[in-house]
Design a protein around this ligand. Structure first.
Ligand code: DC
Length: 207
């Protein structure tokens, strides 16, 4: 029996941490779908980012590419967001995500369009948000240990640029599904957010 949890939201909202905790708690498999876009985005930095090249790179992506080094940098995040607006790139990545979602034993996928496009029939949908300022603070704390040249202002500007691009694109924009539970983590400890999500999933499993 499959059970699918779809978790969407903007960068540094806490959705990744929540997804990993949920997967561990319930024994579900976890797919961070941002890694697919980051892996393609990273390749475009050396191969070029025309729609044709990016689409071919997406079609040729292998699970091995998701373990590449440096997928978490600010530069790769922007490249990922840029190629994510290309419809054929998204199409090339759909099947892998849909198959992952249906595996026996349950799955949690996090991204931008999981509850709306990839898993419209998910058993539980969540949209995790936080203010841009709070998210920038979190992302700065994470990235500045690896890149001393980053400034908090730059991280905030990057987050706002990516939010706008991800939410305003024509295909599969970042938006809460109408039946998603919305969780604002701006003033929450991560343990509180995880506990709230576990309660939502427990309720759905027993209904
Ligand atoms: O979740 P993330 O920050 O690692 O995602 C990087 C970029 O990939 C994000 O800015 C937009 C794109 N993305 C997407 O378009 N759809 C998804 N399901 C996941 C990520």
């Amino acid at each position: 029996m499959s059970f699918t949890v779809a978790i969407d939201g903007p960068a540094a909202s806490g959705k990744g941490t929540i997804s990993r905790a949920i997967a561990q708690h319930f024994g579900f498999a976890h797919l961070d779908t941002g890694l697919l876009y980051r892996a393609v985005g990273k390749k475009t930095l050396t191969h070029g980012d025309s729609p044709e090249i990016a689409t071919k790179l997406a079609q040729d992506l292998t699970p091995h590419d998701l373990n590449a080094d440096d997928l978490r940098t600010a530069e790769v995040a922007q490249a990922a967001s840029r190629i994510a607006v290309i419809p054929a790139v998204r199409t090339a990545l759909v099947e892998f995500q849909k198959t992952f979602a249906k595996q026996p034993g349950g799955a949690v996928l996090d991204g931008r369009d999981i509850g709306t496009v990839i898993c419209p029939d998910a058993d539980v949908k969540l949209f995790v948000t936080a203010s841009a300022q709070v998210r920038a603070r979190r992302r700065f704390a994470e990235l500045s240990t690896k890149d001393a040249s980053l400034t908090p202002e730059q991280v905030l500007a990057d987050i706002k640029l990516r939010d706008a691009r991800d939410a305003d694109r024509d295909v599969a924009p970042m938006i809460a599904a109408t039946d998603a539970h919305e969780i604002d983590t701006s003033n929450m400890k991560i343990a509180e957010a995880i506990a709230a999500v576990i309660a939502i999933i427990e309720a759905a499993k027993s209904s």
